[in-house]
Design a protein around this ligand. Structure first.
Ligand code: NAD
Ligand code: MG
Length: 398
């Protein structure tokens, strides 16, 4: 029996890894979607291709220099071309039932907020917007009658096994981590690691930024904060275990010692399908889990010495206020510098720690209203980026 619920959809970041998985899922499932808007950052060729296939009302490119190319590519069609950050946010607020938030980085915050204000269901892949201004974003979505359904595979797993009536009986949220490409590397090798090596992830094919985050394990740090905000769980009840096969996507341990897990082959279309159909299930020819083919699943504890980002994120979460916001911003600056070959791999976490040390005020983001809280987060984000750029420049000169 097919899914009958027709949905008006916007895909923010349609040309990225999650955007492609989202459109692939629509294609494979034949889900009844009407796409109102597709948006991209700079990849105008792929955006044109997608717009010609899916015929949204509007295709938006953030980079205004690419508007002419977008117009040319869409000439003779009914698809409107638009450009600029404001146009991305306008597309997010077109009145869709379901908005895929899959822009990378805090650049996704404004459009995600714009979607949240319309009361749409937000399928949230863009974890950085949550780490930047999570409590305000969630409150705004709730106040507008909308909801935020996680797409990050770990959080989707927790979302699926968290029994709403027993939320107060959660002992621990246990996030699984693949360990990334450097799980078994020693520190000397990590110090010399190149962007190409960092981006070669064992189980997932993802955008460059999250691939580097997986290699430093800052991705798991961001996810600890994401989990704490999404599931109102304090820092000391969020744990991480390394599970290289990425089959168990995360677990919830209850007060009675019972632990529930969600499993599946590593394929982001699974959590996207869950966020799309929830509380129903989307019938589609998904890859199925063959446990016998795996033979065994293994687990180990993360090495906090080789992966200090986990400790930095935990400390930021414990500090609260603007600390996670500043940490996320500094990490974006440091990852960009590493991809640009201006700093080494181990400098990434060091630059984030250095930025947090140098920030004299991390700000208290609990404001009288949500808009003020967002404003405060954006100020912390901007000053963290400024300081991180200085810290990175110092490391580069060395
Ligand atoms: P990606 O780099 O492949 O894609 C990013 C998308 O955002 C692209 O469409 C790009 O054009 C667009 N974009 C970039 N900068 C922009 C800007 N300033 N304004 C507007 N659009 C912009 O990244 P991805 O791997 O698809 O990840 C997207 C988000 O989902 C990230 O927050 C990531 O952490 C999260 N996520 C990804 C995966 C995965 O498997 N790829 C898994 C879990 C979570
Ligand atoms: Mg994840």
């Amino acid at each position: 029996e097919p899914l009958t619920l027709a949905r008006k959809v916007v895909v923010l970041g349609s040309t990225g890894s999650i955007g492609l998985s989202t459109l692939s899922l629509f294609e494979q499932s034949g889900a009844p979607v009407e796409i109102l808007a597709l948006t991209a950052g700079r990849n105008v060729e792929r955006l044109i291709e997608q717009a010609l296939r899916w015929r949204p009302q509007v295709a938006v490119i953030e980079d205004e220099a690419k508007l002419e190319a977008l117009r040319d590519g869409l000439a003779g069609t009914a698809v409107r071309a638009a450009a600029g950050a404001a146009a991305v946010s306008e597309a997010a607020a077109m009145g869709a039932d379901w908005v895929m938030s899959a822009i990378v980085g805090a650049a996704g915050l404004a459009p995600t907020l714009a979607a949240a204000r319309t009361g749409a269901v937000i399928a949230l892949a863009n974890k950085e917007s949550l780490v930047c201004a999570g409590p305000a974003l969630l409150a705004i979505a709730k106040a507008s009658g909308g909801s935020v359904i996680p797409v990050d595979s770990e959080h989707s797993a927790i979302f699926q096994v968290l029994q709403p009536d027993c939320a107060h009986r959660v002992a621990r949220l246990i996030l699984t981590a693949s360990g990334g490409p450097f799980r078994a590397w020693d520190k000397a090798a990590m110090r010399a690691a190149t962007p190409e090596q960092a981006i070669a992830h064992p189980n997932w094919s993802m955008g460059a930024k999250i691939s580097v985050d997986s290699a430093t394990m800052m991705n798991k740090g961001l996810e600890m904060i994401e989990a704490s905000y999404l599931f109102a769980t304090p820092e000391d009840r969020v744990d991480v275990v390394i599970h290289p096969q990425s089959v168990i996507h995360s677990l919830v341990e209850y007060a009675d010692g019972s632990t529930l897990a969600q499993l599946g082959p590593p394929d982001m279309r699974a959590p996207i399908a869950c966020a799309f159909a929830w509380p129903d299930r989307l019938p589609w020819p998904a890859p199925r889990l063959d446990l016998a083919a795996y033979g065994q699943l293994t687990f180990e504890s993360p090495d906090l010495d080789r992966f200090p980002a986990i400790g930095i994120a935990r400390e930021s979460l414990r500090l609260g206020g603007g600390a996670p916001t500043a940490m996320n911003a500094a990490n974006e600056v440091a990852v960009a510098a590493f991809l640009d070959r201006r700093i080494g791999f181990l400098d990434i976490a060091a630059a984030v720690a250095g930025t947090l040390e140098r920030m004299n005020s991390l700000g208290d983001l609990t404001a009288a209203n949500n808009d003020d809280a967002v404003e405060a987060a954006m100020l912390v984000d901007a000053s963290a980026r400024r300081i991180a750029a200085e810290v990175v420049a110092q490391k580069h000169r060395r």
